[in-house]
Design a protein around this ligand. Structure first.
Ligand code: AMP
Ligand code: ZN
Length: 115
């Protein structure tokens, strides 16, 4: 798997376009969502391109994403109060950017809990 042409998150994750980064390692990076839905709203994305969770995502990439979520929570100070992680996946979920990403949301009491 590699980078996909004309994918905005591939470009951000590989610094072709710069963003407001919160965390980065060899496999993943995390940057602020441009349309935040909470005081803290960060996206965690792999550097390689995968469409979403039903793509063939290696376990080490998923583990790196989970580790990045924890780092983002610590660095933004939402680890103690709590936060929400969302992966909109496919059409019914309204996924708009077809590059795997976790939303990390926090910094306020979150509403509309559906599960
Ligand atoms: P989703 O609906 O789960 O696919 O979410 C896509 C998210 O990406 C939305 O919350 C957008 O605000 C965010 N987004 C789209 N383009 C950018 C960008 N260039 N930089 C930061 N966030 C972006
Ligand atoms: Zn991509």
């Amino acid at each position: 798997m590699a980078i996909k042409d004309d994918c905005i998150f591939c470009k951000i994750a590989n610094h072709e376009i710069e963003s407001d980064y919160v965390y980065e390692d060899d496999l993943v990076c995390a940057f602020k969502d441009m349309n935040p839905q909470a005081p803290v709203h960060v996206l965690v994305v792999p550097k390689d391109h995968y469409d979403n969770l039903v793509d063939d995502v290696p376990g080490e990439v998923l583990a790196a994403m989970a580790h990045a979520v924890k780092e983002v929570a610590k660095r933004t100070g939402i680890d103690k109060q709590g936060f929400r992680v969302i992966a909109n996946t496919g059409a019914d979920a309204g996924q708009t950017v077809m590059h795997l990403h976790f939303h990390v949301l926090g910094g306020k009491k979150l509403g509309e809990k559906i599960l």
